[in-house]
Design a protein around this ligand. Structure first.
Ligand SMILES: CC(C)(COP(=O)(O)OP(=O)(O)OC[C@H]1O[C@@H](n2cnc3c(N)ncnc32)[C@H](O)[C@@H]1OP(=O)(O)O)[C@@H](O)C(=O)NCCC(=O)NCCS
Length: 179
Protein backbone atom coordinates (compact mmCIF):
# COMPACT_ATOMS: atom_id res chain seq x y z
CA UNK A 1 0.00 0.00 0.00
CA UNK A 2 1.16 3.52 -0.65
CA UNK A 3 3.16 5.39 1.93
CA UNK A 4 1.70 8.75 2.80
CA UNK A 5 5.01 10.39 1.76
CA UNK A 6 4.13 9.71 -1.89
CA UNK A 7 1.35 12.23 -1.48
CA UNK A 8 3.95 15.02 -1.34
CA UNK A 9 4.42 14.64 -5.12
CA UNK A 10 4.05 18.27 -6.35
CA UNK A 11 1.75 17.20 -9.17
CA UNK A 12 -0.86 16.23 -6.60
CA UNK A 13 -0.64 19.10 -4.11
CA UNK A 14 -3.68 20.82 -5.56
CA UNK A 15 -7.28 19.75 -5.13
CA UNK A 16 -8.19 16.16 -5.91
CA UNK A 17 -7.68 15.46 -9.60
CA UNK A 18 -10.56 15.63 -12.05
CA UNK A 19 -10.83 11.90 -12.72
CA UNK A 20 -11.80 10.47 -16.09
CA UNK A 21 -11.76 7.02 -17.67
CA UNK A 22 -10.13 6.45 -21.03
CA UNK A 23 -10.30 3.26 -23.08
CA UNK A 24 -7.13 1.14 -22.75
CA UNK A 25 -4.71 1.84 -25.63
CA UNK A 26 -1.20 0.93 -26.80
CA UNK A 27 0.41 3.63 -24.63
CA UNK A 28 -0.88 1.97 -21.46
CA UNK A 29 1.71 -0.81 -21.41
CA UNK A 30 3.87 1.71 -19.49
CA UNK A 31 1.05 2.16 -16.97
CA UNK A 32 0.82 -1.60 -16.55
CA UNK A 33 4.53 -1.67 -15.69
CA UNK A 34 4.09 1.24 -13.26
CA UNK A 35 1.34 -0.57 -11.33
CA UNK A 36 3.34 -3.80 -11.18
CA UNK A 37 5.83 -2.79 -8.49
CA UNK A 38 6.17 -4.71 -5.19
CA UNK A 39 4.49 -1.76 -3.42
CA UNK A 40 1.48 -1.96 -5.72
CA UNK A 41 1.16 -5.74 -5.73
CA UNK A 42 1.57 -6.19 -1.98
CA UNK A 43 -1.94 -7.66 -1.65
CA UNK A 44 -1.76 -9.62 -4.90
CA UNK A 45 1.12 -11.80 -3.68
CA UNK A 46 3.64 -11.08 -6.44
CA UNK A 47 4.43 -8.82 -9.36
CA UNK A 48 4.15 -10.25 -12.89
CA UNK A 49 6.99 -10.82 -15.36
CA UNK A 50 7.45 -8.65 -18.44
CA UNK A 51 6.00 -11.44 -20.60
CA UNK A 52 2.95 -11.75 -18.35
CA UNK A 53 2.42 -7.99 -18.51
CA UNK A 54 2.69 -8.00 -22.30
CA UNK A 55 0.08 -10.77 -22.41
CA UNK A 56 -2.21 -8.87 -20.01
CA UNK A 57 -1.81 -5.70 -22.11
CA UNK A 58 -2.83 -7.60 -25.28
CA UNK A 59 -5.85 -9.01 -23.45
CA UNK A 60 -6.88 -5.52 -22.32
CA UNK A 61 -6.52 -4.15 -25.87
CA UNK A 62 -8.39 -7.09 -27.43
CA UNK A 63 -11.17 -6.75 -24.85
CA UNK A 64 -12.38 -3.66 -26.63
CA UNK A 65 -12.91 -5.70 -29.80
CA UNK A 66 -14.45 -8.78 -28.21
CA UNK A 67 -16.41 -7.11 -25.37
CA UNK A 68 -14.48 -8.20 -22.25
CA UNK A 69 -12.53 -7.27 -20.26
CA UNK A 70 -13.52 -3.62 -20.44
CA UNK A 71 -10.34 -1.93 -19.15
CA UNK A 72 -9.69 1.77 -18.73
CA UNK A 73 -6.78 4.01 -17.89
CA UNK A 74 -7.77 6.39 -15.08
CA UNK A 75 -6.53 9.84 -16.14
CA UNK A 76 -6.72 13.44 -14.97
CA UNK A 77 -8.02 16.39 -17.01
CA UNK A 78 -4.62 16.77 -18.68
CA UNK A 79 -4.63 13.11 -19.68
CA UNK A 80 -1.94 12.08 -17.17
CA UNK A 81 -2.22 8.49 -16.01
CA UNK A 82 -3.44 8.02 -12.44
CA UNK A 83 -4.18 4.29 -12.52
CA UNK A 84 -6.29 1.57 -14.07
CA UNK A 85 -9.76 0.15 -13.58
CA UNK A 86 -11.93 -2.33 -15.41
CA UNK A 87 -14.59 -5.02 -15.33
CA UNK A 88 -15.12 -8.45 -16.80
CA UNK A 89 -17.45 -11.44 -16.65
CA UNK A 90 -17.02 -13.66 -13.63
CA UNK A 91 -19.11 -15.94 -11.47
CA UNK A 92 -20.12 -16.11 -7.89
CA UNK A 93 -22.26 -18.63 -6.03
CA UNK A 94 -25.33 -16.56 -6.87
CA UNK A 95 -24.47 -17.02 -10.57
CA UNK A 96 -22.92 -14.93 -13.32
CA UNK A 97 -21.64 -11.52 -12.27
CA UNK A 98 -19.21 -8.82 -13.26
CA UNK A 99 -15.95 -8.43 -11.36
CA UNK A 100 -14.09 -5.16 -10.82
CA UNK A 101 -10.33 -4.56 -10.53
CA UNK A 102 -8.48 -1.30 -9.84
CA UNK A 103 -5.11 0.33 -9.12
CA UNK A 104 -4.07 3.91 -8.42
CA UNK A 105 -0.42 4.96 -8.79
CA UNK A 106 1.27 5.66 -5.43
CA UNK A 107 1.77 9.37 -6.16
CA UNK A 108 -1.98 9.81 -6.80
CA UNK A 109 -3.30 7.76 -3.88
CA UNK A 110 -5.25 9.07 -0.91
CA UNK A 111 -7.03 11.80 -2.89
CA UNK A 112 -10.29 10.10 -3.80
CA UNK A 113 -9.13 8.98 -7.26
CA UNK A 114 -10.23 5.36 -6.82
CA UNK A 115 -13.55 6.42 -5.25
CA UNK A 116 -14.35 8.51 -8.33
CA UNK A 117 -13.06 5.90 -10.76
CA UNK A 118 -15.30 3.24 -9.17
CA UNK A 119 -18.32 5.54 -9.50
CA UNK A 120 -17.48 6.10 -13.18
CA UNK A 121 -16.95 2.42 -13.89
CA UNK A 122 -20.26 1.53 -12.20
CA UNK A 123 -21.91 4.00 -14.58
CA UNK A 124 -20.19 2.21 -17.45
CA UNK A 125 -21.53 -1.12 -16.20
CA UNK A 126 -25.02 0.36 -15.89
CA UNK A 127 -24.78 1.58 -19.49
CA UNK A 128 -23.08 -1.43 -21.08
CA UNK A 129 -23.78 -4.43 -18.82
CA UNK A 130 -26.83 -6.65 -18.67
CA UNK A 131 -27.87 -5.86 -15.09
CA UNK A 132 -26.13 -8.71 -13.27
CA UNK A 133 -24.51 -8.36 -9.82
CA UNK A 134 -21.10 -6.68 -9.51
CA UNK A 135 -18.37 -8.23 -7.35
CA UNK A 136 -14.97 -7.13 -6.04
CA UNK A 137 -12.57 -9.39 -4.12
CA UNK A 138 -9.78 -7.54 -2.31
CA UNK A 139 -7.50 -9.24 0.17
CA UNK A 140 -8.87 -9.04 3.71
CA UNK A 141 -5.74 -6.99 4.59
CA UNK A 142 -6.22 -4.42 1.81
CA UNK A 143 -7.77 -1.66 3.93
CA UNK A 144 -8.08 0.92 1.14
CA UNK A 145 -9.80 -1.49 -1.28
CA UNK A 146 -12.17 -2.75 1.40
CA UNK A 147 -13.05 0.86 2.33
CA UNK A 148 -13.59 1.59 -1.35
CA UNK A 149 -16.10 -1.27 -1.65
CA UNK A 150 -17.95 -0.18 1.48
CA UNK A 151 -18.18 3.44 0.34
CA UNK A 152 -19.36 2.43 -3.15
CA UNK A 153 -22.31 0.59 -1.57
CA UNK A 154 -21.12 -3.01 -1.88
CA UNK A 155 -22.13 -5.50 0.85
CA UNK A 156 -19.65 -7.95 2.31
CA UNK A 157 -20.96 -11.37 1.26
CA UNK A 158 -18.27 -13.67 2.59
CA UNK A 159 -14.56 -14.36 2.98
CA UNK A 160 -12.87 -17.08 1.00
CA UNK A 161 -9.48 -18.67 0.40
CA UNK A 162 -8.32 -18.68 -3.19
CA UNK A 163 -5.20 -19.69 -5.10
CA UNK A 164 -3.78 -16.62 -6.88
CA UNK A 165 -0.40 -16.38 -8.61
CA UNK A 166 0.60 -19.61 -6.89
CA UNK A 167 -0.24 -18.53 -3.32
CA UNK A 168 -3.23 -18.86 -1.01
CA UNK A 169 -5.01 -15.54 -0.52
CA UNK A 170 -7.80 -14.71 1.91
CA UNK A 171 -10.25 -12.50 0.06
CA UNK A 172 -13.33 -10.55 0.99
CA UNK A 173 -16.17 -10.99 -1.49
CA UNK A 174 -18.07 -7.71 -1.84
CA UNK A 175 -21.25 -7.72 -3.91
CA UNK A 176 -23.36 -4.93 -5.33
CA UNK A 177 -26.66 -6.58 -6.19
CA UNK A 178 -28.38 -5.94 -9.50
CA UNK A 179 -30.58 -2.91 -9.25
C1 LIG B 1 -6.73 0.52 -3.33
C2 LIG B 1 -6.41 1.79 -4.09
C3 LIG B 1 -6.87 1.63 -5.54
C4 LIG B 1 -7.09 3.00 -3.44
O1 LIG B 1 -6.85 4.15 -4.26
P1 LIG B 1 -7.01 5.64 -3.71
O2 LIG B 1 -7.19 6.54 -4.87
O3 LIG B 1 -5.91 5.94 -2.78
O4 LIG B 1 -8.38 5.52 -2.89
P2 LIG B 1 -9.29 6.72 -2.36
O5 LIG B 1 -8.42 7.92 -2.08
O6 LIG B 1 -10.43 6.90 -3.29
O7 LIG B 1 -9.78 6.14 -0.96
C5 LIG B 1 -10.66 5.02 -0.91
C6 LIG B 1 -10.83 4.64 0.55
O8 LIG B 1 -9.61 4.02 1.01
C7 LIG B 1 -9.12 4.68 2.15
N1 LIG B 1 -7.66 4.65 2.04
C8 LIG B 1 -6.90 5.24 1.09
N2 LIG B 1 -5.61 4.94 1.30
C9 LIG B 1 -5.56 4.17 2.41
C10 LIG B 1 -4.51 3.54 3.14
N3 LIG B 1 -3.24 3.66 2.76
N4 LIG B 1 -4.84 2.80 4.22
C11 LIG B 1 -6.13 2.66 4.62
N5 LIG B 1 -7.17 3.23 3.96
C12 LIG B 1 -6.88 3.99 2.89
C13 LIG B 1 -9.68 6.08 2.06
O9 LIG B 1 -9.73 6.71 3.31
C14 LIG B 1 -11.05 5.81 1.50
O10 LIG B 1 -11.89 5.34 2.54
P3 LIG B 1 -13.40 5.89 2.74
O11 LIG B 1 -14.14 5.49 1.50
O12 LIG B 1 -13.88 5.18 3.96
O13 LIG B 1 -13.27 7.38 2.87
C15 LIG B 1 -4.85 2.06 -4.06
O14 LIG B 1 -4.45 2.11 -2.71
C16 LIG B 1 -4.04 1.01 -4.79
O15 LIG B 1 -3.96 1.04 -6.01
N6 LIG B 1 -3.42 0.08 -4.05
C17 LIG B 1 -2.52 -0.90 -4.64
C18 LIG B 1 -3.19 -1.83 -5.62
C19 LIG B 1 -4.40 -2.55 -5.05
O16 LIG B 1 -4.46 -2.83 -3.86
N7 LIG B 1 -5.34 -2.84 -5.94
C20 LIG B 1 -6.58 -3.48 -5.56
C21 LIG B 1 -6.50 -4.96 -5.57
S1 LIG B 1 -8.08 -5.60 -5.05
Amino acid sequence: MSSHSSRTDPRFQDAAPDVRLRRWTDVDLALLHAINTPEMTEYLVAAETGAQLAHRHERYLRGWDVGMPRMFAVVDAAGRSLGSIGWWESSWESGECYELGWSVLPEAQGRGVATRAVALVLSDIAACGDGRDVMACPSVDNEASNALCRTAGFSLATTLEEEFRGERLTLNVWVLPRS
